[in-house]
Design a protein around this ligand. Structure first.
Ligand code: HXC
Length: 257
């Protein structure tokens, strides 16, 4: 596997580090293919309960690789559907994913962070969709996920001006779950991932799917969906274990982690 994405296992957590420092982790085909291949393998591995995706201190990812795509024609982009196929695979990943963002998360980098289930940012993080400056628009969810996360006013501001927002503004706007000092970023993200990975994996996947459903449907349909997936959890050994452990004042030992 290419070294454009490094994989480290930390117990039940998998840490994926984007690794093209010379290009601020710009997302070229090799990197995206490698990222998807890792996630595919990790999804089939029952000993993995959560994934953290991170970059370097200077950049989570400064976007799609501009140098790789600058000469592409419409037909080449459309036929290869290079970004669409990879981003759809990322979207369909069932494993919970946390983006640990330091430095630039721009264009496709911001879109990659948003495809994760939540973002933990360091105080140095900068988010933006600067594609307008290149004569294009966000192509992998920027106009949709950013708008759902921060609302129309802020999304329009970012997408139309191409400006960046800092970590504090991103947290105030609802893009980011937590902002932490730079030297605590990985520790915080890994600790959140460890907590998630300690729970029943089918329950975690159900919770992720239920929250995501809120973006796809009406409130009454979403509530109906939630009830439909809530009751069956009472058929699992892990529900019995979780509730028994509470009553017996001991930590739960979930079978299906
Ligand atoms: C290719 C990139 C890159 C990118 C940076 N580099 N971003 N290469 N694609 N997206 C390269 C630079 O060319 C340079 O290499 C090296 O990384 C360091 O970058 P500098 O510009 O010298 O660093 P700095 O002055 O600190 O500026 C940082 C920056 C700037 C503000 C992040 O690099 C920048 O504006 N990058 C482009 C951001 C962007 O427009 N992203 C959206 C891309 S379009 P060399 O060898 O030249 O010195 C997109 C569409 C998504 O993402 C659609 C589907 C996914």
């Amino acid at each position: 596997m290419s070294d454009t994405v490094l994989l480290e296992r930390k117990g039940r957590v998998a840490l994926l580090t984007l690794n093209r420092p010379q290009a601020l982790n710009a997302l070229n085909s090799e990197l995206l293919t490698t990222l998807c291949a890792h996630l595919d393998t990790l999804s089939e591995d029952e000993s993995v309960g959560c994934v953290v995706i991170t970059g370097s201190e200077k950049a989570f990812a400064a976007g799609a690789d501009i140098k790789e795509m600058s000469d592409k024609t419409y037909i080449e982009m459309k036929n290869a559907d290079h970004f669409g196929r990879r981003f759809n695979a990322l979207k369909d990943t069932k494993l919970p994913m946390i983006a640990a963002v330091s430095g630039f998360a721009l264009g496709g980098g911001c879109e990659l962070a948003m495809i994760c289930d939540f973002i933990i940012a360091s105080e140095t993080a900068k988010f933006g969709q600067p594609e307008i400056k290149l004569g294009v628009i966000p192509g992998m969810g920027g106009t949709q996920r950013l708008t759902r996360a921060v609302g129309k006013a802020k999304a329009m501001d970012l997408v139309l001006t191409g400006r960046m927002m800092d970590a504090q503004e991103a947290e105030r706007s609802g893009l980011v779950a937590r902002v932490v000092p730079s030297d605590k970023l990985l520790e915080t993200a890994l600790s959140a991932a460890e907590a998630i990975a300690s729970y029943s994996r089918p329950t975690v996947v159900t919770a992720k799917e239920a929250v995501n459903r809120a973006f796809e449907t009406t409130l009454s349909e979403g509530l109906h969906y939630e009830q439909r997936v809530f009751y069956p959890l009472f058929a699992t050994e892990d529900q019995k274990e979780g509730m028994a452990a509470f009553t017996e004042k001991r930590p739960p030992d979930f079978k299906h982690r």
